[in-house]
Design a protein around this ligand. Sequence first.
Ligand code: S3P
Ligand code: PEP
Length: 479
Amino acid sequence: MPAKSGFPWAGPPVLEKRRPSAATALDPVFMSKHGAIPRPLTSGTGTGLKGRIRVPGDKSISHRALMLGALALGETEIHGLLEGEDVLRTAAAMRQLGGSAEKGADGIWRARGRGNGGLAEASDVLDLGNAGTGTRLLMGLVAAYPMTTFFTGDASLRSRPMARVADPLRQMGASFVTRSNGRPPLAVIGTANPVPITYKLPVASAQVKSAILLAGLNTPGNTTVIEPEHTRDHTELMLRGFGVDIRVEETPEGRASSITGQPELKGRRIIVPGDPSSAAFPIVAALILPGSDIVIENVGLNPHRIGLIDSLLEMGGAIEIQNARVEAGEKVGDLHVRHSHLRGITVPASRAPSMIDEYPILSVAAAFAEGETRMLGLAELRVKESDRLGAMARGLAACGVSVEEGEDWLGVTGNGKRPRGGAHIAVNLDHRPAMSFLVLGLGAEKPVSIDDGSPIDTSFPGFSDLMNGMGAAIRLQNR
Ligand SMILES: O=C(O)C1=C[C@@H](OP(=O)(O)O)[C@@H](O)[C@H](O)C1
Ligand SMILES: C=C(OP(=O)(O)O)C(=O)O
């Protein structure tokens, strides 16, 4: 259904910036994106959403598929790779490190590996753009090679803490030159003689766990990561799919994942499911907009990624999982979502790792719910692409929502009615608050605008068009 016209604020339709192809991912126009012309967007009262959609591929799985594909012997076919900027940066980085990753005319990506241990020193800086995952996982991968690798990224990435990855990798023998507080630009000085470690994660982070396991791939002996809190296990599942013997066991200290280094990885076929972190936006939009009834097909339902669905079900959301199945080692299903009257709940800290990227959009759902939603254990939100806890608290308050912000918690109280809206939000290079406030604007009394929608391309290219195709009204803002 086309977007409705006739809103007083309506501007021209959103023309999504086309994704650079793999071949152009490093061209100067794309690279200038860090300082690109902002794309201000406005969203206003939408109709109920209707339709069957698919969201783009999972970002976490896409990064890992390109990295492991470049290490495997033979060809790895990747179906449904996310062609978002973060992942295209990883594809470019793998090529700089001597791997191959190209999209075929049939739309399928293919990586041809150099064999485990076969990466080569990059002749230039790896620019990972906005991508924390790409940067941290690659820091691990290159740490166990006798070569030096330089990393940089956009202003957001250059503010993110990397010591959490450098600390364990130092124990394995690598050294680092970084800006203050371990921030990029940074250099990883890899080691010719990496040492296997057993490392207990001080912070619940799949990125840190994965960086260590990836360093362990080129390290003789057993590398073990112990995580007191379970985080997403895409690295472990995918390594197993490449034929690596990875042992996972519960111990009194937490879940321990071990690999014996220097295995051979065999090229394989990977099917990337739709990203549940992207599906989160149409899910919440459908729940809050009266009359909505949508199906999102082929969404990844890895048990360590579905905390948002659990929370929304507790709030009274009508979300039904259909056609549940397993594809290429990952759980997948279709989600049928209908408009619902939501009630506030307490979201325990223990749930945070399974929905860490979904708090911005959950806080929007909470603004439409009746009563308080209190979200606990959110310290990690302070060190994402922006301080998401602060950003959501300030933006929701500007939209007339009652908010309480603690150091590591957020309380949002709604009255079961539409919030006022009517605010202009600065998104600070952060895609998730950007999409969250656009969803809020669809259901609010007054339109909500954001200063720049271009960061959305990092994880969800085509977001506005996909939403507008179901009846939403997201427009380029008249300037
Ligand atoms: O491993 C991954 O792919 C990711 C892990 C999470 O980060 P942390 O490991 O910092 O929690 C998440 O926020 C990020 O978007 C993707
Ligand atoms: C935190 C995120 O990504 P990254 O850490 O890869 O930048 C995200 O996508 O919300």
